[in-house]
Design a binder for this molecule. Structure first.
Ligand code: KIV
Ligand code: ZN
Length: 505
């Protein structure tokens, strides 16, 4: 009987990181990789080793801590890229190199400026060279879905002979419809037979990434590439949670199909990625959106109370969504806190637990009820913190209703507390001006987002900013968490400054 296990290849840390503004630091990537492993992802694409030193470093560190999932690096079909990928993953227990080259006429002519024969030669060279580093090599035909089938077969045949174990046929621009993906996948599967695994990688430009992926599975693909919350280049990639939950929920249509995903880890993983990237899924996002399991209308609420299945096709518990119950309070000890943190999917060392516990205690003194989402917010901001070269000590704001908005801010730097004050167009403007002046680095605020972590007037405010500093080409992200929105804003701005300085260093 044909094996119907679908391998889940997660590319949150590579294609997902290509979402505008989603760049993550090494610590953040390690936390996400460990959570992906816990989720049961078969292959983690940890990055693109040749892209930057930061990428290389993050992939190598992930390779040394992840021991169940395969760790993979992307590489263009170029010697240097493949060498870098091979070196970055060398400490992984299970490792893969994923190399690619474009195969569509438009990409070959205008982007690569290469003849089809040269493209095949390059692809074969890439796979053969990758094989000198690892046994497990994946080859992708970039823009496969706009490529000619006869050329695809030629290059697929050549790369399988060169040693490729997985052949990926991406819909790079999210163009095809589900029935077309079915046809392409079927033809490729028939051509390949059992010589390699066929993989899909669908982008969401027309909102069809998940539908296309599911259609390709029906046609014979046995690996799917996806991201948490569907983040990714442009409109994103197929969302892992949607693919996995459809296979599970519609087992009548996907009879015998299975994945190795522990669905109870879906929600914790989604929150971790959202907290780290600052990209929250839209409220009506399937599976992980805030409203995905909320019933607003009276008729629906009445129906669900009488029988859950009237309006629910999945159970919230199946994706690990607790109803945000009250978990800990002021009297909870370190042990209970540590337990809860690990139940929520975080692996913290003793020092990190101690620091997070102090923040928890501080919060519990001010806020009566502490929810899971509060703990997630505290822990994420703790573990992803870069070196605090500048640290907020205190701030005092003037009344902003009618008077001149001003701020006096005390900041710790190199063991010294510096105090300064400024006026601004609003109190926030004044605070940011003081920070610029104290650090002598000018930042331009490009984006500002504020969310409340839970409900309630005493909820924690979570601020995410993107700040463009003088010498940085792209804006740097910063997070801040506090019961006070202005304090959270100042912390977020200072966090962006610290991130910028650590990138520079
Ligand atoms: O979308 C795409 O084609 C890709 C490849 C590198 C696999 O991301
Ligand atoms: Zn892609």
């Amino acid at each position: 009987m044909q094996d119907k296990t679908i391998k889940i290849f997660d590319t949150t840390l590579r294609d997902g990181e290509q979402s505008p503004g989603a760049s993550m630091n090494t610590e953040e990537k390690i936390q996400i990789a460990l959570q992906l492993q816990k989720l049961g992802v078969d292959i983690i694409e940890a990055g693109f080793a040749a892209a930057s030193e930061g990428d290389f470093d993050a992939i190598s560190k992930i390779a040394s801590v992840v021991d169940e999932s395969t760790v993979c690096s992307l590489a263009r079909a170029m010697e240097n890229d493949i060498k870098k990928a091979g070196e970055a993953i060398k400490n992984a227990k299970k490792r893969r190199i994923h190399t690619f080259i474009a195969t569509s006429p438009i990409h070959m002519e205008y982007k690569l400026k290469m003849k089809p024969e040269e493209v095949i030669k390059r692809a074969v060279m890439a796979v053969e060279y990758a094989k000198t580093f690892v046994d497990d090599v994946e080859f992708s035909l970039e823009d496969a879905c706009r490529s000619e089938m006869s050329f695809m077969k030629e290059i697929i045949d050549a790369t399988i002979k060169a040693g490729a174990n997985t052949i990926n046929i991406p819909d790079t621009v999210g163009y095809l419809l589900p029935d077309e993906i079915y046809e392409v996948t079927k033809e490729v599967c028939n051509f390949i037979g059992n010589r390699a695994i066929v993989s899909l990688h669908n982008h969401n430009d027309l909102g069809l990434a998940t539908a296309n992926t599911l259609s390709g599975i029906q046609a014979g693909a046995r690996q799917v590439e996806c991201t948490i919350n569907g983040i990714g280049e442009r409109a994103g990639n197929a969302a892992l949670e949607e693919i996995v939950m459809t296979i599970k929920t519609r087992s009548d249509k996907f009879e015998g199909f299975k994945t190795n995903i522990n669905t109870k880890e879906i929600y914790p993983t989604s929150r971790l990625v959202a907290n780290i990237t600052g990209i929250n899924p839209q409220p009506n996002k399937a599976i992980v959106g805030k409203n995905a399991f909320a019933h607003e209308s009276g008729i629906h609420q009445d129906g669900v109370l009488k029988h859950k299945n009237t309006y629910e096709i999945m159970r919230a518990e199946d994706i690990g969504l607790s109803q945000n119950s009250l978990v800990l309070g002021k009297h909870s000890g370190r042990h209970a806190f540590k337990d809860r943190v690990s139940q929520l999917g975080y692996s913290l060392n003793d020092e990190e637990i101690n620091k997070a516990f102090l923040r928890f205690k501080d919060l519990a003194d001010k806020k009566k009820e502490i929810f899971d989402d509060d703990i997630r917010a505290i822990v994420t901001s703790q573990i992803t913190k870069t070196e605090e070269m500048y640290k907020l000590v205190s701030m005092q704001l003037s009344d902003c209703s009618g008077g001149v908005p001003s701020a006096a801010v005390a900041i710790e730097h190199s063991g010294e507390t510096i105090t300064d004050a400024a006026i601004g167009n609003g109190t926030m403007d004044a605070v940011f001006k003081v920070i610029d002046r104290v650090s002598n680095i000018h930042g331009e605020l490009k984006e500002y987002k504020v969310n409340s972590v839970t409900q309630g007037k005493d909820a924690l405010a979570r601020v995410v900013v993107k700040v463009k500093f003088e010498e940085c080409k792209t804006p740097v992200m910063g997070h801040g968490l506090s019961l006070d929105t202005m304090e959270a804003s100042a912390k977020a701005y200072i966090n962006a400054l610290n991130n910028y300085l650590s990138i520079k260093k």
